[in-house]
Write a protein that binds this ligand. Structure first.
Ligand code: UDX
Length: 439
């Protein structure tokens, strides 16, 4: 099959590279000239394990290429994926669909022969119908189901594990309104049927809602365990054991029950908010998700108080080493990261911040206050600090030489917001140790 992938962000680039690795011929399109030039040179604009190799392999095999010209890529394609950004619209939290609709107009003008236009970006309920209406407006002679189809195929990949998630997904969801579209989509994902990946066919609207419901459910699960963690702290229970004790019940499941500083990233914050707005617009509020959005926001803002409490109440004149700035490990993505609340909060309260992140410091420099001192590693960051805070659970922070860290600190205060270490060990080593939801 021939695929055009519009947008070379996280989802577009990973999906394009993986489809080409399945054996399809893929052209990735982006308006950003320098991004395309970099990709053509083999430079990957994001940090994602394995992606550079996968891209190089498929470019060499002649199955993957990059272009700025949508008009060149679309006419040849059997399927055109829209994988452009859908950021939160300023002011109201709705998803901003201007990039999706602009791409649709260009695609409509370039279609040649039966083509399935697929929304891969996370788009609100009803977007597929709007995409179809735009194509019909641009090409009034085109009939849906005959000359083109519009399908929804949400992507569930996680940053840092994106290639594996794409190639070994729990399921593929396809929302389509006709058999022709279902056939093309089945053919595209055929390599996954060997390992018996279920493909869930629905109508377009259902597929669009599945993506939001999945992300909102996972965000709810995290928020639930975060609140249980707070309760654990009050009553002297251990949240990790609670998570294990409930998670072994197959109806609950053990994943996404790690208590922490609140969820961040490019999807959960934006998608929970967009679902809240869609539901309100349809006079069918999802009050659980409204609460999740609110609780998570306050949780991230509240992390600064935890650090202050560990330091005896005041941050004024203190130096804090923050380890980890990205919203999770194995990515350089800072979007809605808890660090965007914690670091400015520490500085506003009078602290000096020494920070380290294995991949995120380049991006962090644009987003965090100028006063942050960026360090070469966790030990450098700990030098002369009054407390060390683990904010992102990077592998390289999991086996720190704790005696060395202690020797570098002014005071042995260790705030572990990801529960990487064990309370008994840390206390035995002489740290004043605090973590999330554990005695
Ligand atoms: C998420 C979804 O998992 C994915 O299916 C969707 O396509 C995009 O959004 P991603 O944002 O890459 O993926 O990261 P994920 O691993 O889901 O983590 C999101 C946030 O939740 C991170 O800030 C992470 O630290 C936090 N989290 C996750 C927890 O605090 N506890 C958990 O148990 C799991």
């Amino acid at each position: 099959m021939r695929v055009a992938m519009i947008g070379t962000g996280y989802v577009g680039l990973v999906s394009g590279a993986c489809f080409s690795d399945f054996g399809h011929t893929v052209v990735c399109v982006d308006k950003n000239a320098s991004k395309i030039e970099r990709l053509e040179r083999g430079e990957i604009p994001i940090y994602e394990p394995g992606l550079e190799k996968l891209v190089a392999k498929n470019v060499d095999a002649g199955r993957l290429s990059f272009t700025q010209s949508l008009a060149d890529a679309v006419p040849e394609a059997d399927a055109v994926f829209i994988a452009v950004g859908t950021p939160s619209r300023r002011g109201d939290g709705h998803a901003d669909l201007s990039y999706v609709y602009a791409a649709t107009e260009e695609i409509a003008a370039a279609i040649n022969g039966y083509t399935v236009v697929v929304t891969k970006s996370t788009v609100p309920v009803g977007t597929g119908s709007e995409v179809e209406a735009i194509i019909k407006k641009v090409r009034p002679d085109f009939l849906p189901g005959t000359h083109f189809s519009v399908a929804s195929n949400p992507e569930f990949l996680r940053e840092g594990a994106a290639i594996d998630d794409f190639k070994r997904p729990d399921r593929v969801v396809v929302g389509a309104e006709d058999d022709k579209a279902r056939e093309v989509m089945s053919e595209l994902y055929r390599p996954l049927f060997i390992n018996e990946t279920p493909i869930v066919f629905t109508n377009r609207t259902t597929s669009e809602l599945i993506k939001y419901a999945a992300n909102a459910f996972l965000a709810t699960k995290i928020t639930f365990i975060n609140e249980i963690a707070d309760l654990c702290e009050k009553v002297g229970a251990n949240v990790q054991q609670v998570a294990k004790g409930i998670g072994l019940d197959g109806r609950i499941g053990k994943k996404f029950l790690h208590a922490g500083p609140g969820y961040g990233g490019s999807c959960f914050p934006k998608d929970t908010l967009a679902l809240v707005r869609t539901a309100q617009d349809h006079d069918s509020p999802v009050r659980i998700v409204e609460a999740v959005v609110d609780i998570n926001k306050k949780r991230k803002e509240g992390m600064v108080d935890r650090v202050a409490a560990a330091l005896g109440g005041s941050l004024s004149g203190k130096t804090v080493a923050v380890l980890g700035l990205t919203f999770k490990p194995n990515t350089d993505d800072m979007r809605d990261s808890p660090s965007l609340d914690l670091v400015p909060g520490l500085i506003a309260a009078g602290a000096t911040v020494r920070a380290h992140d294995p991949e995120g410091m380049g991006e962090a420099k644009h987003l965090l206050p100028e006063a942050v001192n960026y360090c070469d590693g966790p030990y450098h960051a700990s030098e002369g600090a009054d407390a060390v805070v683990i904010l992102t659970e990077w592998e390289s922070y999991r086996a720190l030489d704790l005696d060395r860290v202690k020797g570098l600190l002014n005071q042995p205060v260790f705030v572990d917001l990801r529960n990487v270490y064990d309370s008994a060990t840390m206390t035995a080593k002489g740290f004043v140790y605090s973590s999330i939801g554990r005695p």
